[in-house]
Design a protein around this ligand. Structure first.
Ligand code: ADP
Ligand code: ADP
Length: 216
């Protein structure tokens, strides 16, 4: 049986942080649409060049391009048991497309944990976020690395994302409220939404998420 879990929540809610742990515990692939775009940006692929402007402005990359990218990712061998989706879907069109893709693969979305964090907390989370090229995430205050500026997992140099500066963060939160938050209702109507308090300590959020997923 394949298990597909969609993590929903605003930018800075902790989706990436939690997806890393949960995918490891449940032996599922971790699919981060933002990480795939950033990888393409780094490698200067056509997809990366197309996505760059949207990402720098804090807007969403168009649905057709994003959906095609995730479709390809979901068919890779490491997704045979399923996946934790982090950052996709972000629009109703993407959610409908995901349902179609999973049907083709013989699966469905099993549950949608919604990591709820109020907007005023998000700015301080994102302005203190440091990341490595492999997508491991830290926070200067809330989750610092053991050695300043270095990733605990792979020793790579940490950097701050361009789109984490305050003006772009505000834009991204607005885009989330307008285009992504309707998915809360979309999944609630289907009985799949599981709300988790994302303002708690990281370990407590993990525990709540695993409990919510176990309940199905
Ligand atoms: P998202 O993928 O939803 O944008 P991240 O996982 O990248 O969110 O987390 C955003 C920032 O907040 C990171 O710096 C991360 O270390 C920090 N963070 C994540 N979860 C928590 C938490 N429960 N409490 C405090 N800080 C957190
Ligand atoms: P965050 O961790 O703060 O939620 P992400 O790393 O998920 O941010 O996304 C960074 C950027 O990549 C987004 O602002 C957007 O431009 C693009 N992006 C990521 N996922 C999607 C998606 N599902 N649809 C459209 N654009 C996306």
């Amino acid at each position: 049986m394949t298990t597909y879990i969609v993590l929903l929540g605003p930018p800075g809610a902790g989706k990436g942080t939690q997806a890393e742990v949960i995918s490891d515990r449940l032996k599922l692939a971790h699919i981060s649409s933002g990480d795939i775009f950033r990888e393409n940006l780094k490698n200067e692929t056509d997809l990366g060049k197309l996505a760059q402007g949207y990402m720098n402005r804090g807007e969403l990359v168009p649905d057709d391009v994003t959906i095609a990218m995730i479709r390809e990712r979901l068919t890779r061998p490491d997704c045979a048991q399923g996946a934790v989706l982090d950052g996709f879907p972000r629009t109703p069109a993407q959610a409908t497309a995901l349902d179609g893709m999973l049907k083709e693969l013989g699966g469905t979305v099993r549950c949608v944990p919604y990591i709820n964090v109020p907007s005023e907390v998000l700015v301080s989370r994102l302005s203190g976020r440091w990341t490595c090229q492999q997508g491991h995430v830290y926070h200067v205050v809330f989750n610092p690395p053991q050695v300043a500026g270095k990733c605990d997992v792979d020793g790579l140099e940490l950097y701050q994302r361009e789109d984490d500066q305050p003006a772009t963060v505000e834009r991204r939160i607005r885009v989330y409220l307008e285009q992504t938050s309707p998915l809360i209702e979309y999944y609630r109507e289907r009985g799949l939404l599981r709300e988790v308090d994302g303002t708690q300590a990281i370990d407590q959020v993990t525990a709540d998420l695993l409990a919510a997923i176990q309940k199905g």
